[in-house]
Design a binder for this molecule. Sequence first.
Ligand code: 9UX
Length: 72
Amino acid sequence: MSKTIQAQIKGMHCAACSGRIERVVGGMDGVDEISVNLAAETISMTYDPETVTPDQVGDRIKDLGFEAAFIN
Ligand code: 9UX
């Protein structure tokens, strides 16, 4: 059963940033869908909690140079 959550992203200021997050997170195992809202600096992500956790996604986002705070 997939879950959908949102995160606030710190440090995402242009379309290259959002594209990088979209591509890298979208390529992670267990991530079904990600959409990035550059203006709001948020992401919405649908994922399989048996395969990947928000913490793991947050770490990957951190590797890219951003901070992710999951909201729910
Ligand atoms: Mo844009 Mo993002 O010039 O790390 S790529 S702000």
